[in-house]
Ligand binder design. Structure first.
Ligand code: HEC
Length: 354
């Protein structure tokens, strides 16, 4: 009786150990975000120097899609360079099962030839493709990506804000996973190795759940606007908000009459949480004008354009996530609130003169 009991315990323990080992050694956690519901790639024919490009042509391979444009100052080159480095970590046999396609959302400037030249700077087998505005929008919408053509500067130059994630299409032409901007080449390579060998296990899709928040995108600022804005900022705003935009050192202390000293405008403050329209209106109309300390109204002193330039300069101090949030490309993942207590030092309450 006793032996039988021990025997059963032993078997159970053995099973438990096996299960544990299976769990530990068989589960792989993707670095990318696995879509709970894969999206079938639309049947669109794009142009490239190699000729027409359809997603269906690359079935049997993993297709890595990135949308951008060749005049993109930093985000596109970084992403393409990371993909190149990731592919270099694969064996040649593995790399042959992956196709990178860069889709330009700027067909007015990016010809097939220019696109071809651009992507081949990164890797000979990368493909650069584009289409008509309708074709591009069809693809971008199907995959839940986004882009905005920004207003041109005085020389007619414009930048394009766009989703900056890399989308992964599986061998059947389904969009199944994406990697956020800034994912390391090694993480990408690990995911690719696993995908090529095992595909995406159903369990990973079920686990994916609705926790996905960031759609990380690239908002690029027009350099000429930023430069003009800096000059204007130094003349109109720096005396209260600080040359480095860090605000008055005591901005966190609330004064008895409810007014507060000029807060930071750089990423350490809260200015990036306002929409572009709200920011424009704060600077034009002022804020708490009835209080001894207030944000002055600038509408009669500088033009809307000048305010836009200043705001471009202000935005140039924010990180990519703050820019994305401001442009409505991203919702914030709730952060644990741990606001440091404001120092209670004596405050000089003379009204600053603009
Ligand atoms: C005379 C000092 C002064 C000048 C000059 C000034 N500001 Fe302010 N600003 C303030 C004060 C004080 C506040 C806080 C007002 C409040 O909320 O009660 C403020 C608030 C702001 C806010 C809201 C920030 C937040 O986190 O709520 C923005 C944006 C802003 N200022 C932009 C500017 C810009 C751009 C300029 C230059 C064109 C400028 N300010 C010039 C004093 C100034």
């Amino acid at each position: 009786m006793k032996r039988g009991f021990l025997g059963l315990g032993g078997i159970l323990l053995g099973l438990f150990v096996l299960l544990f080992a299976y769990q530990t050694f068989s589960s792989y956690e993707f670095k990318g975000y696995v879509l709970q519901e894969p999206v079938k790639a639309p049947e669109v024919m794009l142009r490239s120097v190699e000729g027409p490009v359809r997603f269906a042509d690359f079935q049997k391979k993993y297709t890595l899609l990135y949308i951008g444009y060749t005049s993109c100052p930093d985000v596109c080159p970084t992403s393409l360079a990371n993909l190149k480095l990731a592919l270099a970590e694969l064996t040649p046999q593995e790399a042959a099962q992956v196709q990178v396609i860069f889709i330009s959302v700027d067909p007015a400037r990016d010809t097939s030839e220019a696109l071809g030249r651009y992507v081949k700077m990164f890797r000979q087998d990368f493909i650069g493709a584009t289409g008509t505005r309708e074709e591009i929008d069809w693809i971008v919408n199907a995959f839940g990506a986004r882009y905005t053509i920004e207003p041109p500067d005085e020389n007619g130059q414009y930048s394009v804000s766009h989703s900056a994630f890399t989308m992964v299409l599986d061998r059947d032409g389904y969009y199944v996973m994406n990697w956020e901007h800034g994912m390391s080449p090694t993480d990408i390579a690990q995911d690719l190795k696993y995908l090529i060998k095992h595909g995406i296990p159903v369990s990973a899709q079920i686990l994916a759940g609705p926790t996905y928040t960031p759609v990380v995108c690239a908002v690029t600022l027009v350099p000429a606007h930023v430069k003009n804005g800096q000059w204007l900022y130094e003349h109109h705003c720096a005396q209260c908000h600080g040359l480095d935009m860090s605000g008055n050192p005591q901005w966190q202390v609330e004064l008895a009459d409810g007014s507060r000293l000029a807060p930071p405008l750089n990423g350490t403050g809260a200015a990036w949480k306002y929409s572009p329209t709200e920011l424009l209106s704060i600077v034009k109309e002022g804020r708490n004008l009835d209080k001894p300390i207030h944000m002055p109204a600038f509408k009669s002193r500088i033009s809307d354009w000048e305010i836009e330039f200043i705001l471009s300069y202000v935005q140039s101090t924010w990180d990519v996530n703050q820019l994305n949030y401001q442009h409505g490309f991203m919702t914030l993942t709730p952060q644990p609130t741990s606001t440091p207590a404001a120092p209670l030092a004596p405050i000089i309450t003379s009204t600053p003169v603009p």
